[in-house]
Ligand binder design. Structure first.
Ligand code: FAD
Length: 339
């Protein structure tokens, strides 16, 4: 095994053997971090019957997958998973460990960080390697953990100079998933799991599936509405526009709070992060917390009656006007003139 201080690890999250997108997004980011560290990227795969998943991580640059495979680990459970992960981190002391900021990652990462006395920053929106070495000569090359702070009013760069192991969680969709043209010739290393009594303190009695109502992340076009839509009735016109151009409807937190749209469709820091081909922002001011979830969209069109609205500084095309005048014109143009 190479110098463990230069390893970047990614916890590969899965449900019923199906990997979470965020894990591959983190591998893609982890590959860049490992390059900056001149180190190695490794995946940690815990579950049952996951040899194929372990091999899939090589398509995203992992050079080794640590595979902990046991029938009792088929479904995520806090105690065995955190015990296994903590033991692995204690044994190998990787420099960086990344988790998805999902229900599982948010449960697992703090336990592992606390057990292994590592630094952890939740919900990072970017990760970089710093070459500042004057803080601690024994732990050079710090992980810059970048995320909005103080209610989103600043973008903070957080470092853990006293921690040998630095951990971060990142929400799904924030990093880009970049598969390699050709997979790395990686190695799957089986790690033995011996169940302990403590692992059975919590038992899963029944599992209940509820299909997600909407998958904004996968939508190539998103028509998003803000408080400037005025009321619930006006907001419905966004569904008409979305239907005409084949998109999904989303909204800001102010629109959710006003009852215009369901929280599952909220875009932003405390909602979903999206990067569609086209994002049409209607009556949205462009607060930093909203931009955190949409500014990486390929093309952004903003409609706002205030020419000074911050959304105009991130959009590619801006229309200054009343949403209830502009949107019907767009629908009409698409339905009758552009088709
Ligand atoms: P407003 O800021 O009220 O903007 C409405 C806009 O509509 C204005 O620019 C106005 O000029 C325009 N307008 C009004 N009437 C018309 C009209 N007739 N035609 C055209 N334009 C019109 N927000 C999110 O969106 N997502 C998040 O995940 C999120 N998380 C947050 C987390 C924290 C910790 C905090 C503190 C805040 C968060 N927010 C989030 C809230 C965020 O700060 C803003 O309050 C919110 O994004 C504003 O939504 P808005 O743009 O719809 O409303």
């Amino acid at each position: 095994m190479s110098d463990t201080k230069q390893q970047v690890w990614v916890f590969i999250e899965q449900r019923e053997g199906k990997p979470a997108d965020v894990s591959f997004e983190l591998l893609s980011k982890g590959r860049k971090l490992a390059e900056s560290l001149r180190g190695e990227l490794k995946a940690v795969v815990i579950g049952h019957d996951l040899q194929d998943l372990a091999v899939e991580t090589f398509h995203y640059g992992a050079t080794e997958a640590l595979l902990v495979d046991h029938p009792e680990l088929e479904h995520y459970s806090t105690l065995p998973y955190s015990r296994i992960m903590s033991q692995l981190v204690d044994e190998h002391r990787p420099r960086i460990v990344l988790f998805g900021a999902s229900f599982i990652g948010r449960d697992l990462a703090p336990r592992v960080a606390s057990h292994t006395r590592s630094g952890l920053t939740a919900d990072c929106t970017d990760l970089q390697i710093s070459d500042v070495t004057y803080l601690r000569k024994d732990y050079p090359e710090l992980l810059l953990q970048i995320r909005p702070a103080f209610g989103g009013n600043i973008i903070a760069t957080i470092i853990c100079p006293d921690s040998e192991v630095q951990m971060a969680t990142v929400r799904e969709g924030v990093m880009e998933k970049i598969p390699l043209d050709r997979p790395v010739e990686g190695q799957v290393t089986q790690v033995a799991y011996t169940p302990e009594e403590v692992d059975h303190l919590v038992r899963i009695i029944e599992r209940h599936h509820e299909d997600a109502k909407v998958n904004l992340k996968a939508a190539p076009i998103i028509v998003s509405g803000g408080y400037g839509m005025g009321n619930f009735q006006n907001f419905q016109i966004l569904y008409e526009l979305a239907h005409a151009i084949g998109g999904e409807v989303a909204g800001t937190r102010a629109a959710v709070d006003a009852g215009f749209i369901d929280h599952a469709r909220q875009v932003g820091q405390t909602g979903v992060t999206v990067r569609p081909k086209l994002y049409i922002a209607c009556g949205i001011s462009g607060a930093i917390q909203h931009r955190a979830g949409m500014s990486d969209s390929n093309k952004i069109i903003a409609i706002n009656d205030d020419p000074e609205a911050p959304i105009f500084s991130v959009c590619h095309y801006g229309i200054v006007g009343d949403v209830m005048a502009v949107i019907p014109m767009l629908i009409d143009a698409y339905k009758h003139k552009l088709k």
